[in-house]
Write a protein of this length. Sequence first.
Length: 500
Amino acid sequence: MPAMSFQDFRAGIDRRKSQQIVDQTGLYDCKNAFVNSGFAIKKRSGIDKITGSSLTADSKGLFEFDETLYVVSHATAGDQTLSGYGIGSGYPVNTALKTLAAPRSPGSSTKVAHVWQFLIFNDQIYLVVEYVGGSIKHHYGTAAQFIAGTDVAITDINCPNGKSVVVHDSKIYGIEPESYNPAYVKYSATENPTNWSKVKDASGLLGIPAGLEAMGNEHAVAVTSYRGFLAVFMQNSIQLWKTHPNPGLIELDTTVDNAFVESLNSLAPINEDVYYLNSTGIHSVGQKVYTDTMATSDVGSPISDLVKDSLSTYSTSEPLALFFPGENQYILAIGKDMFIFTHSSKAGLNAWTRYVLPESVTGITKYRNYLFIRTITDAGAENLFSFNPSSYQDATASSTSDIDVEILSSFNSLGQAGTWKQIYGSDVMFEGTANLQHRWDSRSPSEETTSFELTNDTRPGTLIPVELMTTEISYKVTQSANTDFKLNGLTYYYNQLGLF
């Protein structure tokens, strides 16, 4: 009695080949679940609404600092009370949502269009704000100063006032707006991000000559930190610079060609690497450094088609990413889609899955193992939500719905290609209850057996009938209920019938 079990899902979604073929540890799709360090598939947490009323349209972003959540506006505003998972009552995050006032100039009524950076430098906040009309301004001050509306805009004439900056080597490094075709990376004085002109300490008028070191006519696009280096993204390359508080000791270490970033807020660290997004998909600085190529073997290639579809569907949404330490994940949000990369070096886990949310994400932040998002409805109302491991439903601005889980395998020949099999039974190893279906012909992937409900571990009980004659098989597990769920494994029992 031949049998084959599927109980190691460490590869996650892998769509580099069609549904006809996939590694036994991979999946064609995994929606609203993630692969844990035991290689099982776990239903994601539900989301709780934590704002009592919608946020003002004048505010943008969502950020955490010192166990408090913040949004940014051009004007001061009163606190809004939060309640829900992670907020107060024994949880660490403050019950008051606070607004940081960052006007373009004192008394200006020009509204905030986007917050490109929210950095912490020497226990104070460094903000990069773009205003309606396109102007960008850098601000630096204490949380109390921002909340009170104190003017903390940086006035140094050499401050770059561009979108991309990074805290690195006791300085702020940044680039000017792209419209300037910036050839230099500027840097502040050591331990003083308001001073960009200090002689023999700050960059002054020029800075690191990134453009002069580029192979072609390239300008700087973004900066970040990578393994102690300052990583400078040019239009088609990455430069790694050895920095030093003494400008005379700054030097270029490595140039990596054929790499570019198009979504600045997709830059996020994961362990000792940095992931980022462009129109071809998700990539990593580490892989580019070691391969120096745009080959499809990069980290995001298993889900590149899904990411491209999402970029097309939500073309007006700004992609947002962060590293979530709660599950050791890189999370990229594009509109209503979230792409989740779960990693564990010790377990050998590198798995992509995806979440589909009821509303589009306009802000995302985390604190320890707490994950918060800001979303917008089709009508334009914005609220804050918290992922709650004890919840199995998604709240929206006005309702609650069950989470729709779908786990879909590609077609597997059960160890011997091109031969008929009589598949007569199956068993599942669930925690919770879900529905199981089978597909038997990769030429007609929409054809499926009737769905039937199974609970927990079926191996000790009666064999679950399948009754299929086929050369290949695919399983589909779905659940949409206000309950938890985990897929630990699935087994097929069959007879080999030979060639046909």
